[in-house]
Design a binder for this molecule. Structure first.
Ligand code: GTP
Ligand code: MG
Length: 193
């Protein structure tokens, strides 16, 4: 995909603030620090459009970006970050759940998991929520630049087993550092737009 324009639109906390441009949307979800914002910058060829941080809990609102004047990509807060106060966590949870479960223009959600670690119960919950909401999902294993060649197959197998994915469900290997997986990811996103 050629990215002619990538424009920040709004950081939303409630549905009234979601854009009403009528474009289709693709969202990126996953635990804090898994690399959602980095992945978005990587596939959009922008350095710092979505704000990233080495500390978990950076993205705290639902951030919409308009691409090529044609569709939106949506960066969401991460889950599973222990240091956030419970009340704040619950609020983010509500905000995210309500967005993912009820957002008509949402055509696909990429669920990011760290290729080095076992997916968590919260990743399972997220897949169940999206399934319930009938939002198509793609599991993306991030930070694969940190894996040795020999660890890749094992990583994919572990993610598939832990998340109880079908044998034919795709797990996309991705790295924001090297750009691995970008082309394939765009191809898949393109199918859902
Ligand atoms: P929250 O907004 O807190 O939910 O985090 P996030 O999922 O948006 O993660 P973010 O993109 O901010 O990245 C978290 C950290 O992981 C940063 O230090 C990134 O530089 C690093 N990181 C992200 N993607 C990759 C990757 O593909 N490879 C490597 N090596 N590091 C990565
Ligand atoms: Mg983020």
């Amino acid at each position: 995909m050629n990215i002619d324009s990538a424009k920040y639109i709004i950081s939303a906390m409630k549905p009234e603030q979601y854009p009403r441009g009528g474009h289709s949307e693709i969202a990126f979800v996953g635990r804090s620090n898994v690399g959602k914002s980095s992945l978005m910058n990587s596939i959009l060829n922008r350095k710092n459009l979505a704000k990233t941080s080495s500390r978990p809990g950076k993205t705290q609102t639902i951030n919409f970006f308009e691409i090529n004047g044609a569709f939106y990509v949506v960066d969401l807060p991460g889950y599973g970050f222990a240091k956030v106060p419970l009340a704040v966590k619950e609020n983010w949870g509500r905000v995210m759940t309500s967005y993912l479960a009820n957002r008509e223009p949402l055509k696909m959600a990429a669920v990011l998991v760290d290729a080095r670690h076992d997916p968590s119960d919260q990743d399972m919950d997220m897949l169940a929520l999206l399934d319930e909401a009938e939002v198509p999902t793609l599991v993306v294993a991030t930070k694969v630049d940190k894996l040795k060649r020999s660890e890749r197959v094992r990583s994919v197998k572990r993610i598939r087993e832990t998340l109880e994915l079908d044998d034919d469900a795709e797990i996309l290997l991705f790295s924001s550092e090297t750009g691995e997986g970008k082309k394939d990811l765009w191809e898949i996103i393109g199918e859902f737009l």
